[in-house]
Write a protein that binds this ligand. Structure first.
Ligand code: HEC
Length: 233
């Protein structure tokens, strides 16, 4: 019996230890930096609020500053002209363009899609996002692309209307990780995957609590069992 309990304690502790690194979502935290400094110039994430970025390690101050930097629509004035105001942490991360027409105009007729659920809706998921970011190549001889189209082997039709967004060393990660194109593509895909599955991080966190609880209970039961049996003649 005590052997069984010992095994239980050991397996609980082992699963606890393997679950812990899942909490330290550093790739996703770095991915947020990539989104902020690169992708947000063209893409919004309107299903998530600035405040939600606390889950990726952004401090309340940093969230406030980021939000306050963005102007969002705020009704119309007395003459019917649209008004704007600074965003707050409770506002969604809207597209940087005031409307789709302006977004298309700025991108050779193609609208940068909202990124909040793309990792879930795009065929191939986060791996395909990463692949797109890493599959730009020089246009081969004999292939003619329209203005504002870029050769990219990740897509069936081999081109995309997004200029290659990532370049080695274009930003500095606070944790010292080298910002290579591959690193940033991996990080931002991890980030977009977490954003698209808002409850996944929460589930992982709860999972760790449950495992901790089970491990402690197993230890207590083990000790109790030994005590009871020791006091028996
Ligand atoms: C200069 C503007 C610009 C920047 C910066 C930019 N994008 Fe894009 N992106 C676009 C446009 C425009 C499209 C639509 C292209 C098309 O339909 O061919 C697009 C499309 C995409 C797609 C393909 C979506 C699909 O449905 O096939 C992904 C994935 C994507 N962007 C991710 C990113 C990520 C991640 C970043 C930041 C690293 C980023 N983009 C930065 C303009 C941009």
């Amino acid at each position: 019996m005590s052997r069984l309990l010992r095994d239980l304690v050991l397996t609980s502790l082992a699963s606890l230890l393997t679950a812990l690194p899942a909490c330290a979502s550093t790739p996703a935290q770095r991915g947020l930096i990539v989104f902020q400094q690169v992708c947000a110039a063209c893409h919004g994430m309107d299903h998530v609020d600035y405040g939600d970025m606390a889950a990726f390690g952004l401090s309340p101050d940093a969230i406030r500053t980021w939000a306050a930097d963005q102007q969002i629509p705020n009704g119309t004035d007395d003459n019917g002209a649209p008004k704007t105001r600074a965003a707050t942490p409770a506002d969604p991360i809207l597209s940087p363009y005031p409307n789709d027409a302006v977004g298309r105009l700025a991108n050779h007729g193609l609208l940068p899609p909202d990124l909040s659920r793309l990792a879930m809706t795009l065929h191939g998921g986060p791996a395909q996002i990463q692949r797109i970011l890493l599959s730009y190549a020089p246009t081969p001889a004999g292939v003619k692309l329209d203005d504002g189209r870029y050769y990219n082997t990740a897509l069936k039709w081999k081109h995309i209307g997004m200029p290659p967004p990532l370049q080695d060393g274009m930003l500095t990660y606070p944790d010292g990780t080298k910002a290579t194109t591959t690193q940033m593509a991996t990080d931002v895909s991890a980030f977009l995957n977490d954003v698209a599955h808002p409850h996944a991080a929460e589930r992982r966190r709860i999972g760790v609590y449950v495992l901790t609880y089970l491990a402690l209970m197993a230890i207590l039961t083990f000790l109790l069992q030994r005590r009871i049996w020791k006091s028996r003649p």
